[in-house]
Design a binder for this molecule. Structure first.
Ligand SMILES: Cc1ncc(C[n+]2csc(CCOP(=O)(O)OP(=O)(O)O)c2C)c(N)n1
Length: 270
């Protein structure tokens, strides 16, 4: 049996037909299969934590051990797993509603801690499972059942937040581009420290006005320059579909991981 097929489960997939979550699942399976086939990792070395939302159904479709967490809490749960057993490669799947709203404090601190784990954030600019309320990255004016007068607030920019909080790996990719997702997921999982990938995805049902941004996206080279990262983070403000949306590794640097910092503290304490 092919490694990728061993990563499948027998569960029936209940995402909407054509949902971009299928492509994210495919890219994740291919990324992990490549890593397992390279003999560097075994299937059991990977663990997932998932949030609650459409994206989180990936828990049922990906044959990995894991924890299906409370809404907004997939990140701290993944962090706990990564501290409990630093040999595991922890991947957290979460939505923009989950992490940028209810789970925002965990997002900020995850960069400061720099635990060795990966966050794959499915950003469809909508709380989709609960029928399309606006999230912190929804565009101003987004009309939903909850806000028929339109969203009155401006979106925030998670890439700028990540930079301000001391991120060691920030990337953005496109859910319609499987080869690009595989490249970015592989680099993120191999990064020593906390890697954050924002996957820009369309929701076919809710906030359709935010869809079809592909023509504004352009690929960047891996960037390690902080000033350039700041400029790249400014290029797209989540409000409009004009200008440019950089995709690729926006910023990367090396710093001690939480696991390494804890070891130093333990050693000094004895
Ligand atoms: C503690 C808690 N708060 C709120 C909810 C309701 N809830 C479940 S899924 C969801 C929306 C998830 O949206 P997002 O994270 O953007 O994921 P998507 O469905 O768009 O993939 C919400 C608000 C919940 N289940 N638990």
């Amino acid at each position: 049996m092919k490694t990728k097929d061993r990563l499948k489960t027998k569960e029936e997939i209940t995402w909407c037909p054509g949902c971009t979550n299928y492509m994210i699942l495919e890219a994740v399976k291919q990324t992990l299969a490549n890593m397992i086939d390279s003999k560097k990792y075994k299937q059991n070395d990977f663990v997932m934590t998932t949030d609650i939302g459409c994206h989180a159904k990936i828990f049922d479709y990906l044959n990995l051990s894991g924890i299906y967490c409370l809404h907004g809490r997939a990140l701290p749960t993944g962090l706990g797993v990564s501290i409990g057993n630093p040999k595991l490669k922890v991947i957290t799947f979460a939505g923009d509603g989950a992490v940028y709203s209810e789970g925002i404090s965990h997002f900020n601190h995850a960069f400061r801690y720099n635990s060795d784990m990966t966050l794959i954030l499915h950003d469809n600019q909508s709380f989709s499972l609960t029928t399309g309320q606006s999230t912190p990255t929804s565009q101003k004016g987004f009309i939903s059942k909850a806000k028929p007068q339109g969203e009155e607030n401006n979106p925030f920019n998670p890439i700028k937040i990540a930079l301000a909080c001391g991120a060691t790996f920030i990337a953005r990719t496109n859910a319609r581009d499987i080869p690009h997702m595989i490249e970015i997921f592989t680099k993120a999982i191999n990064h020593k420290g906390f890697s954050f990938i924002e996957v820009i995805q369309d929701c076919l049902i809710f906030n359709q006005d935010a869809n079809n941004k592909d023509k504004f996206m352009y690929k960047i080279k891996d960037n390690e320059n902080y000033e350039v990262a700041k400029e790249l983070s400014e290029e797209y403000n989540y409000n409009h579909k004009t200008g440019k949306i950089p995709i690729g590794i926006i910023y990367k640097k090396n710093e001690l991981t939480l696991q390494e910092k804890l070891k130093i503290v333990e050693k000094n304490g004895k």
